[in-house]
Design a protein around this ligand. Sequence first.
Ligand code: ADP
Ligand code: MG
Length: 342
Amino acid sequence: MKFISLLNSNSLALTVCLLLFAACAEKPPVKISESRMGTVISQTVYGNNAEKAVIEASARLAQLEKELSFHDNKSDLSKLNLNAGENFVPLKAETLFLLKKSVYYSVITGGAFNILTGPLSKLWKVTSPGADIPSEKKIKELLPLLDYKDIIIDEKNSSAKLKRKGQMADLGGIAKGFAADEVINIYKKHNIKKAFINIGGNIGLLGKSPEGKPWRIGIQSPDGEKGKFVCVINLSDCFISTSGAYERFFKKNGKSYHHIINPKTGYPSESDIASATIIAQTSVESDAMSKVFIMNSNEALELIKKTSGTAVIITKYFKIIATENLKDKFELTDKRYSVEFR
Ligand code: ADP
Ligand code: MG
């Protein structure tokens, strides 16, 4: 996912946008926008230590990008993938942490979230020039590799192994969330009380907005039109992640093929959901749980109510289903849509 904020209003298409209104009396925030982890990352940090906090956060983001990359052959993650079916590989604490979390969220989502979608993401390569529909035979061949029970973790030796050759973990659906958690922790360490970070649609909010009110978070219209919001949610001290089909995709014969794979079929998911936004206390959770995107909207909302607890599901049929706890935080801005709180 990508985003804009007021820092960089000409940037790429966006999913979730922070509507930020700076208070006049406040010392101006430190703002930075950079391209990392395959997306745009934007930080806005208030307070005396803002500069130091932003510098440390940027350095951490650069490190995480290197370690968790699916495409860089030297990354910690690639070491695991290149040794699939062969050896245990010693891994950095964060890679192991994310592997464990990934298995956890695979179980919680009944396999909707699955980091072993790597071979299929590589096959589909939806964002590459000339992307095309792979053969059904090839897709079917790869499906057995997606069994997340094949991730073997050796806690004692801080190492892990993928059981079968050809298996590939792809942290694309959780690493940006983890990075947002890390950044907010860095802000807190520097005694920052007010900040936001947006890592391509994974938003972290610290404290309240400069006006002393909740931050106003706009949820992007799934038709992909920049800066157009379906609704606004007023939130503070939490993490928000959106998964949708309208940014990373290619078109063939009038049909769109996007980057979120249904691990049961091997094809880009085709549910009635246009976008799934999850609000949680960690961004690892909101990012991973946003893969309920591949489920039917009713099932997705039921699952969120039993687990993370807070979601806005936008369907392809101009209907928004939101959890009841958002009722007094929610503003409908696109009147083509109707809202139901459950
Ligand atoms: P983005 O990377 O644009 O923020 P998402 O958070 O929705 O989008 O994650 C999609 C990415 O996650 C894909 O690009 C791919 O790397 C990976 N992925 C694809 N399908 C799944 C899935 N079913 N479960 C977990 N990760 C997935
Ligand atoms: Mg995401």
